[in-house]
Design a binder for this molecule. Structure first.
Ligand code: SF4
Length: 377
């Protein structure tokens, strides 16, 4: 039985088996140094939460990647939303942490504190009720998320179209992850030996969705689930691939990820959105890495409906999220980490988001880095 088939059958493994796998990983690493990256913010949080880094040998370094949709939202986009909300007196509907993300001129929570209508919803369909109940006001629904979230938002847009609502518009901040993976590998800023592939994005795009990008690079990419045992087993498989100099896409999350992915969800997304270039925090414009509303439904597109007279000029802040997202620095190497930037007073999205790596390091691991930050924490 191959390692991958073992992983795909096992949901739970014993503590002894975990230690056995850690030993095997340690043997592979030996006295060498390896760097692997977890692309996805959920992996970063689970790795920190379960103390997985502390189980691994010193020579194996885990870096966080750009896989947090809130974190990679460009400051320009936050500033733009704040400006149009004020200029056109819009109500804002969104979900998750985006409300707390600082742009260069404040955040949506700041607008809310100033009396603007800002709704945080758990289900985007709630936006229809909100807009219907106040037809004299215009609302924007901010759609954020990677491939995993987009199908739900595409479904919401279909419902908005069916209801023929005239006062609810859509602001797409959606991003596609394989082009960002390509941009990261092309930049060569960080030398990576292997990549931990995101499990939930891969459930939608399938193994196939990564193969096109990864075929140009001599690196193994192992798709993993999010249970601690998934991660340990997945890292073991990844280290074996590195040791055997195998490259390509490998699926260690077969109970959720198929080769083709979720074809129904892919069709729904293609019906509503087209692929466009997109601005990523820390990366700039990445070609073909975003989604915008198709021309047929452009009357719903907030970016076309609410225009600013002047282009956005972003003010510089001290936040190093861009470097964190590219794996160039670790969160604790940002001079603001845990000093002026903490979860209840975040200076950047990586400390705001539940998937942000600064938040993960702060919540679960900051004491491990006590010496490295001069004993301040
Ligand atoms: Fe940005 Fe705060 Fe992280 Fe520094 S610690 S990179 S300021 S989010």
């Amino acid at each position: 039985m191959t390692n991958l088939s073992i992983i795909n059958q096992m949901l739970k493994i014993s503590k002894e088996e975990i230690y056995y796998l850690v030993e095997k990983i340690t043997e592979i690493v030996d006295n060498e140094n390896y760097t692997i990256m977890e692309f996805c913010g959920t992996h970063t949080h689970e790795i920190s939460r379960y103390g997985i880094r502390s189980l691994l040998p010193k020579g194996l370094s885990l870096k966080s990647g750009p896989g947090c949709p809130v974190c990679v939202t460009a400051e320009e986009d936050i500033d733009y939303i704040i400006e149009i909300t004020q200029k056109y007196d819009l109500g804002v509907i969104t979900f998750g942490d985006i409300v707390k993300v600082p742009g260069s001129k404040g955040s949506l929570s700041y607008l809310k504190a100033k009396g603007k209508e800002v709704w945080v919803v758990y289900n985007p369909l709630e936006s229809i009720e909100i807009a219907s109940s106040n037809p004299s006001k215009n609302y924007i629904l901010i759609g954020i998320g990677f491939e995993t979230t987009v199908p739900t938002l595409a479904y919401t847009i279909k419902k908005i179209i069916e209801k023929n609502l005239k006062n609810l518009f859509y602001f797409s901040l959606h991003k596609l992850t394989p082009p960002a993976m390509k941009a990261l590998l092309d930049s060569g800023e960080v030398k990576l030996d292997g990549i931990i592939g995101p499990g939930h994005v891969s459930t939608i795009v399938g193994v196939k969705g990564w193969q096109e990008v990864l075929k140009y690079y001599n690196i193994p990419f192992v798709i993993m689930g999010f249970e601690p045992e998934d991660i340990i087993l997945g890292i073991y498989v990844l280290m074996q691939k590195i040791k055997n100099k195998e490259s390509g896409v490998f699926n260690a999350y077969g109970r959720s990820v198929s080769f083709e992915g979720n074809i129904r969800a892919q069709k729904l997304v293609n019906e509503i959105f087209y692929v466009s270039d997109s601005n990523w925090r820390g990366f700039g414009i990445i070609p073909q890495s975003g989604l915008e509303i198709r021309e047929d439904y452009s009357y719903l597109d907030a970016k076309k409906k609410f225009i600013l007279d002047e282009p956005i000029k972003v003010r510089k802040t001290g936040c190093k999220c861009g470097d964190v997202l590219r794996g160039v620095i670790e969160p604790y190497q940002c001079p603001l980490f845990a000093k002026v930037c903490v979860p209840n007073n975040p200076k950047g999205p990586c400390m705001v988001s539940s998937e942000g790596s600064c938040a993960a390091y702060y919540m679960y691991e900051r004491n491990r880095y006590l010496n490295e930050v001069g004993g301040y924490l």
